[in-house]
Write a protein that binds this ligand. Structure first.
Ligand code: FE2
Ligand code: FE2
Ligand code: FE2
Length: 383
């Protein structure tokens, strides 16, 4: 695998990045023969595009500069079209729960890969912490899939990610203040840390959005409640992960960083993708993002007197790789199942004070039954 070197090759000019409907909407993949990790790459990149689009809208709502707003509008149109191409690669016969299993496969194997390669121990701890929560979601949704659609989770996971308990979902409901974290320092943080933090934040944000826009589509009460329950934990994860980012980064600096996140992720996809049709898309979009980096770099130069090269290194390694992480996940479950966040640190359950805010919060939401427990119970009875 070749390192990510964003300044080495040329991007596609912006006016060549707008595409017609047929170029934008390509035939979907076949859900039973697609490689599980091709599917997860698509899910991740859809999340990256969709949530960077949101960020660029927020930026526009907070700036009165016509030059910046013009560039943001142009970038947004491209990001939006890229998102269509990626998300529309999913076939219509892939059910909501099947796609959900793939989302949790992303959460498990992406988070594990980022954690393994994360230079900052605190950020790594935050990744490990949420990793074994998403791993447990996969277990709960798998039970729902077996029960409602008589499906085999491995038709989606292909045996690459295991289906078994992590930190129990019912124990993951925390008071909002317990999801806050310390942030990295924009001046001293390793660039890989910045890439990791924003990649996972964007991915988790999309997971939240997917559950929140699809959980009501099932008529069964247990499905509706399980989606509501797990969606809220994804919101907790977004809160944790975004808190790791330095809020002192300027809007333009963050925009540049996010364009680098896109380019780095597309480059990682390109280097690891076995499907030739998807490879073409990753390569094309990689070249778009190189140009986005250049465009935002020019704005940064003009408004802040800094260049893209001041912020982005010549070469970044390692890349993001989707691959099985069974031993790693087992180990984290074994070592960290009893960790809980308190005062922005992670401590053993036994060290929590009696008035830990999340005790009261979890009692509030869990009174009256816990859907993630009920789904396992109902599935056991049905078997
Ligand atoms: Fe993009
Ligand atoms: Fe999550
Ligand atoms: Fe972009």
């Amino acid at each position: 695998m070749e390192a990510f070197k964003p300044f080495e090759s040329k991007g596609t000019p912006l006016e060549k990045q707008y595409r017609n409907w047929s170029e934008m909407v390509k035939p979907p993949y076949d859900k039973s023969s697609v490689d599980a990790y091709s599917r997860t790459r698509g899910i991740l990149m859809n999340g990256v595009e969709n949530n960077i689009l949101s960020y660029l809208h927020d930026f526009a709502r907070n700036t009165d500069d016509d030059v910046i707003n013009g560039k943001l509008a142009e970038l947004r149109r491209v990001e939006e079209q890229q998102q269509t191409t990626i998300d529309w690669s999913m076939p219509a016969n892939q059910t909501v729960i099947e796609t959900t299993l793939a989302f949790e496969q992303v959460a498990t194997d992406l988070t594990a890969n980022l954690a393994k390669n994360e230079p900052d121990p605190y950020v790594r701890q935050a990744l490990d912490f949420a990793l074994i929560e998403d791993f447990d979601h996969l277990f709960r949704y798998s039970a729902l899939y077996e029960m409602l659609e008589n499906g085999d989770p491995n038709s989606i996971l292909q045996g690459k990610t295991e289906v078994k308990p992590g930190r129990p979902t019912g124990d993951e409901h925390r008071h909002p203040l317990d999801d806050l974290r310390r942030h990295y320092d924009r001046e001293t943080a390793d660039f890989k840390t910045k890439l990791n933090v924003w990649t996972i934040t964007l991915g988790e944000q999309q997971t939240y959005l997917y559950y929140k826009t699809h959980g009501m589509m099932y008529p069964q009460d247990i499905a509706r409640k399980l989606y509501a329950e797990i969606a809220e934990i994804e919101e907790e994860h977004v809160t944790q992960y975004e808190a790791l980012g330095d809020p002192n980064e300027t809007w333009l600096e963050k925009t540049l960083l996010l364009q680098a996140v896109e380019a780095y992720n597309y480059w990682s996809c390109l280097q690891t993708e076995p499907d030739p049709k998807l490879k073409v898309v990753w390569e094309e979009f990689y070249r778009y993002e190189l140009e986005h980096i250049r465009i935002v770099g020019e704005l940064l130069e003009k408004y802040e007197g800094r260049s893209a090269k001041d912020l982005i290194p010549e070469s970044v390694e390692p890349l993001i790789v989707f691959e099985p992480n069974k031993e790693y996940v087992d180990q984290v479950v074994k070592d960290q199942i009893n960790l809980r966040p308190y005062n922005k640190e992670f401590v053993d359950i036994s060290e929590l004070p009696a008035d830990w805010l999340s005790h009261e919060y979890s009692r509030t939401v869990n009174t009256g039954g816990i859907p993630s427990e009920m789904v396992i119970e109902q599935r056991r009875k049905a078997a």
